[in-house]
Design a protein around this ligand. Sequence first.
Ligand code: SF4
Length: 338
Amino acid sequence: MDSNFSEKDLVNTIERESEFLVKIRNLKVYFYTEEGIVKAVEGIDLDIKKGETLGLIGESGSGKTVSALSIIQLLPIPPAKIISGSILFKTKDLLQFSNKEMRIVRGGNISMIFQDPMTSLNPLYSVADQIAENLRVHQKLDPNEAKTEAIRMMKEVGIPDAEKRSQDFPHQFSGGMRQRIMIAIALSCRPSLLIADEPTTALDVTIQAQVLYLIDKLKQKYNTAVLYITHNFAVVAEIADRVAVMYAGYIVEENSCLECFVNPAHPYTRDLLSSIPRVDRKLDHLEVIKGSIPNLINPPSGCRFHPRCKDVMDICSKEVPKRLEIAPRHFVRCHLYS
Ligand code: SF4
């Protein structure tokens, strides 16, 4: 150890380390398809602190969902394969866990909600039975206790007449109410981490705002960290403490939410933000990012954003930019900062 490293430094380091709930390092995920190898996630590093909301944002196909499914180990293997990396959850590497161990973690310590609750809920069981099942499996509650707690959770997520409606089936609820039930299932065991994969995309704007408010309220109540996946900066602004921007398998920028809006550093983040229509800016036309996200079977060399980047330099097509910390907890992958 460095002899200049004081006891106070050591304590600070340990405290800083223990703030983190999830530490992803060099995670690489490929899909082996008939057309070729899809390099979906290319060595990402990401930290999630206890109790914080991290917004993971990017275009479709940027690798957001694949990264999240790697944490909870719901990737379809094959064709997917985790090539390298580690996913520390508290102090354990989830990638070393057996299927049996992951079944204990899933639902109990880490929960996930998806865009379409209808495909996640079982149409053959009442909603209360589905919440209660999670409680029986992970909290070892007896059937009566689990049912009572399921109804309490239904009330907590704002289902009107919860007791009366507890024996209804998923198809008897609206889209917004079904998403509330998914949130009740996900949070019933007080997980340390909730992964929310575009949970409001299929909802209209007023219901979307209610669901975002509910996630935020319950996250604070249970001190749950949230990994919120979206392609919508407005949603990120509403809910996130920090933002990670993904492009073609890389996290290209990570910063606090406020700083990301005020002081975006990566050209892709800047382009994404300037393509959002704003009421305070009169425009003849909307800004667009030219081109489209690359085919990840044969991605561009060097920086994968270089064919679309306004600031491209010679080095950009030759070398993959390194992840640099340009300010405390502000990370960027771009040769402009090398
Ligand atoms: Fe643009 Fe080069 Fe930075 Fe990539 S590395 S974002 S191409 S300036």
